[in-house]
Design a protein around this ligand. Sequence first.
Ligand code: PMT
Length: 412
Amino acid sequence: MRITLGVTGGVAAYKAAELVRRLQQDGFSVQVVMTRGAREFVTPLTFAALSGQKVITDLFGDSSGGEANLESAIEHIAVAQRTDLLLVAPATADIIAKFARGIADDFLTTLYLASTAPVVVAPAMNVNMWNHAATQENVEMLRARGVRVVDPAEGYLACGMIGAGRLAGQDDIVAAVREVLKTQRDLDGETVLITAGPTCEDLDPVRYITNRSSGKMGYAVAEAAALRGAKVILVSGPVNLEVPAGVERVDVRTAKKMHQAVSERIADSSIAILAAAVADYRPVEQHAEKIKKGNAPLTISLEPTTDILAEVAKNKGQRIVVGFAAETDHVAENARKKLSAKNADLIVANDVTAEGAGFDQDTNIVTLFSRDGRDLALPKMSKSEVAQRILDEIVRLRSVLHGTVASKRSGD
Ligand code: PMT
């Protein structure tokens, strides 16, 4: 999930640097936006280094002496569209007032108006400024609009006074973010091994057999599992996607390499979710040189690959093993067959011919077939939401099958 972190000009701006790290460790990807005031306290470079992303500073180009960093004059709209939550920490009295009154005179205030994402604000300021009727009125106005305000803590303030005004602790801010986004850490202590994307089976140095998988489904599951507190290992075929925050990716190309990567890591995992579209067959022969064109028909012999899912499920012990079923017909029947033939605990079935489902879509339409007999048909939803529902089902299933919600390792 993408958080845009607005940093405004207060002494507590340095604390936002730690917050970036913490949010990333929790599985969020963070885009930092700094106001002019914030840049008086901390340099954009600090946040760029920590977040691994360009820091946005100005609405119409960077006037801070750094590089011009706006890709276009409507960057605030683009950022607004890719933001799942806008967090402002620390939030000064000034930014709170601007948000409350709808003033849009810099990137952050413009983004606030342009975004429909939920907003969390963590104020930090002098105690008298915080208690001032104007600030309190503005804060109430934001609360009434649904903005989540993480109240400042009491204590010694940078100005030498004592009272409410210190930036709330990281735990409180992250808890508020999670509450607003409805993400819980119910996979804390779990190690989740996920496969995603296609495999490529080489015929010769130029040609290969592959399929339409983009990796989006498996990556969404990886991102969701990391957000829910799991250690996530993502064994990925060749795709064009960024590694989700907090996820360890292992790149592979062929079914054989995917099998090897999974075998080497499965022992440490308590949950395995195999979303990859693995080739069922590979060419018997991989030619060292390009196959020359001729006039006669060309026959290519294929041999079956190892069924990674079936292998993993063979000795699963307490590990929960989840497979997918990419079907074009008789979805329920085929999915149930796969559930039992492959000894899986859960099969996520999708009809890859349905509109808005399957390969390379941002949405999917799935039915979850569980080992305890429950079938859960879900409507069309984003792959991120599907991922959350799969994880919900795993948590439920685990407690039904093993009477526990979270155990660290498999029992095999
Ligand atoms: O990547 P996207 O573009 O987002 O598309 C998502 C998806 C359609 C790829 C995904 O939702 C999906 O259905 N993944 C499974 C694709 C597939 O190979 O399905 P299958 O029915 O052929 O295989 C059944 C299960 O066995 C799968 O969990 C698969 O990972 C596994 N398998 C298959 C063959 C093999 N040699 N080893 C395996 O582990």
